[in-house]
Design a protein around this ligand. Structure first.
Ligand code: SF4
Ligand code: SF4
Length: 500
């Protein structure tokens, strides 16, 4: 049996910040799998791209793993019932990103005996039908990602998990390393890659050891491991490629253009489940952590479970709760209520206390120190972006690659003026998208007006020709050929009018 191949990493290429991890509090116990909510609220927008289309009705009984929403137009993926139950509502509900359509299922006291059949193959339509999406946070439908990437020589499996507080991938690697390794091989074959690198941050020795043992067992020389420096945000796709290969994914381009396809470790495990058992994606691991929850830990959670159920399963609140965050402390966002359900994108719930939130320091003017630019992993100029965000200079923001901001929050952390730069950029990206939409609509309207003008001009020319012919015919009433031509022109002009 050969040694597991380890890819050497140039640590100098790791760009970003060293931030306090806060992970130990949720990694003391194994993933808890007994959570059984009474109700599931399953949003139809579970992934990037177009939402699923509900295919069940109120009052209908559903079984665990049954498809309840079919994929919309690509990119999209199906949605399945995680547990047996009855559909009690279909309509708008409070979801993580605002109000949106959802299917509500009242869960039965016990699941029946749902059996899946292993498909015995893997292709992109199977991924789409099984609802497999990227579980690293971006939730791009995996089938579409593989399709868009085309042939990629190298598959990167992302086990970096650099965001503070989040430990779901770490725990999954410790407990299901064999499944992640097999899933990686299935994905490698699917995208016709020749090699696969599994990247794990250096602060996860147990996960690294577990993955190393799994690769040893599989004994496939196409699989290799890389230990990457613990720097935030090393887990971003572009940052991972840079630290592993030295190649920079430039603004406006995508990893597949350099021959790399990235998938998350949890996605690889889901692919293994699908191929070996036929099970669609209905659950995920969620880290429930922070000083505001009594027993921080990782839970195996049915998609659609309200956050309050997760908190209750972790012993409840400690009493001093200032804020609920979905995601980690750097890229996560505050939630309005714990009635909101988890989605396939939810990797972590942080319950922050007043101490953790801290006193809000008032914002001061930018002193142009340049610290934000120094730490930006996307090599942007945050202070310049900030200047142009304030005056809605969309053209300049486009030139400064606002869209390349990964909203990592590094610039916020170092800014001595306490400017919430990331929040400004998040809002500005939505503003820029709306502006682009308006510009495109204005262009389409201008084009339509131009076409209309052309048609009017053609009609006037046809009418003029008709009148000229009539005049000619009137001068020579015996000229039958001219009369015939005039009649034809009249008919053609009429047809043009009708077509308009
Ligand atoms: S870190 Fe803050 S104060 Fe310094 S240049 Fe950037 S925005 Fe301005
Ligand atoms: S500008 Fe965007 S990518 Fe750069 S540090 Fe700030 S949040 Fe991160």
């Amino acid at each position: 049996m050969k040694e597991v191949r380890q890819v050497q990493v140039d640590r100098r290429l790791a760009r970003g910040l060293r931030v306090k991890a806060h992970k130990a509090m949720s990694t003391n116990s194994s993933i808890e799998r007994s959570l059984r909510p009474r109700q599931l609220i399953i949003g139809l927008q579970q992934h990037l791209g177009s939402m699923g289309e509900a295919m069940v009705s109120i009052g209908e009984k559903v079984t665990a793993g049954q498809k309840i929403a079919q994929p919309g137009t690509s990119p999209s993926a199906a949605i399945h019932a995680p547990m047996d139950g009855t559909v009690t509502a279909i309509g708008d509900w409070l979801l993580p990103n605002g109000t949106g359509p959802a299917i509500v299922i009242d869960v039965d006291a016990e699941d029946g005996d749902t059996q899946f059949s292993p498909p015995g193959y893997l292709d992109v339509s199977l991924l789409r039908e099984a609802g497999i999406v990227g579980l690293g946070g971006a939730v791009f439908p995996t089938g579409d990602k593989v399709t868009y990437a085309g042939h990629c020589p190298t598959l990167l499996i992302n086990g970096a998990e650099c965001e503070p507080y989040i430990s779901c991938d770490d725990m999954l690697m410790r407990e299901r390393a064999d499944s992640i390794a097999r899933g990686s091989l299935y994905l490698l074959d699917l995208c016709d890659a020749t090699t696969c690198i599994i990247g794990i941050e250096s602060d996860k020795p147990e996960a690294f050891w577990a993955m190393s043992s799994a690769l040893h067992e599989l004994d496939d020389e196409r699989l290799s491991l890389a230990e990457i420096p613990t720097v935030y945000p090393a887990g971003g796709e572009r940052q991972l490629i840079q630290v592993l290969t030295g190649l920079e994914v430039s603004a406006g381009s995508y990893p597949p253009e350099l021959g790399y396809l990235c998938q998350n470790v949890a996605t690889a495990a889901a692919v293994d489940d699908l191929v070996r058992t036929g099970a669609p994606m209905t659950h995920r691991v969620v880290t429930v952590t922070g000083e505001g929850v009594k027993e921080p830990r990782n839970l195996w959670v049915p998609i659609g479970t309200p956050i309050a159920d997760l908190i209750a399963h972790c012993g409840g609140y400690t009493g001093d709760v200032a804020r609920l965050i979905m995601g980690g402390s750097m890229m996560g966002f505050a939630l309005a209520s714990d009635t909101i359900p988890i989605t396939k994108a939810t990797n972590c719930i942080v319950v922050e206390t007043t101490d953790e939130v801290g006193e809000k320091t008032s914002e001061r003017p930018c002193i142009r120190c340049g610290d934000c630019a120094y730490v930006c992993p996307a090599t942007l100029l945050p202070q310049e972006l900030y200047r142009h965000v304030a005056i809605h200079n969309w053209e300049r923001l486009d030139e400064l690659h606002l869209s390349e901001c990964i909203e990592c929050g590094c610039c916020d952390v170092v800014c001595p003026s306490h400017i919430p730069l990331t929040e400004h950029f998040r809002v500005a990206k939505r503003g820029a998208a709306m502006h682009k939409d308006e510009v495109q609509r204005a262009e389409r309207a201008a084009n339509r007006f131009g076409e209309h003008e052309k048609r009017i001009k053609a009609q006037l020319q046809a009418q003029q020709a008709l009148q000229d012919n009539l005049k000619a015919t009137a001068r020579d009433p015996l000229d039958r050929a001219a009369a015939l031509a005039a009649a034809k022109q009249r008919a053609a002009a009429k047809r043009t009018e009708q077509a308009d």
